[in-house]
Design a protein. Structure first.
Length: 143
């Protein structure tokens, strides 16, 4: 996914992710794009319910993104989810949590360039993740 190549490099350099940087981003995108949990809207709702409304607004809106801490992402997603992702990509849980906390604001910002939350992830991202193509009456907007 070309739109995230620079972000993968930045996260890999910052957190020493080695070859696991792309895999970690893919796991995050799969979590964000999970239609069973509400997709991006459902993902962001978890942060809103944890009283992180200002953070979410900064990621979706114009301007700078407010940082998310490893403790905050563990509280929102759950340590078990972080542990599962860490095991799957071959990283220590603490490193995965820190890298995910770094990635979430930037990924959400990239997925909401016009300040609105799309109903589904862009088609190229869904395809790269092996997710079902968007279905709808007459097709999906954008992509």
């Amino acid at each position: 996914m070309a739109m995230f190549e620079a972000l993968i490099r930045e996260a890999t350099d910052r957190f020493g992710l080695g070859t696991q940087g792309a895999a970690l981003l893919n796991e995050l995108l799969a979590l964000i794009g999970n239609d069973k949990t509400g997709g991006l809207t459902g993902f962001l709702e978890r942060f809103r319910k944890a009283d992180l409304l200002d953070l979410v607004a900064s990621w979706v809106g114009q301007g700078g993104n407010r940082d998310l801490s490893a403790l905050q992402i563990e509280a929102v997603l759950g340590k078990d989810v972080i542990a599962r992702i860490a095991r799957k990509v071959g990283l220590a849980q603490t490193k995965a949590a820190s890298a995910l906390a770094f990635l979430v604001p930037k990924v959400v910002d990239a997925l909401t360039p016009d300040g609105t939350v799309p109903a589904r992830l862009p088609a190229d991202v869904r395809t790269a993740l092996g997710l079902a193509p968007a279905r709808g009456n007459g097709g999906d907007r954008g992509g």
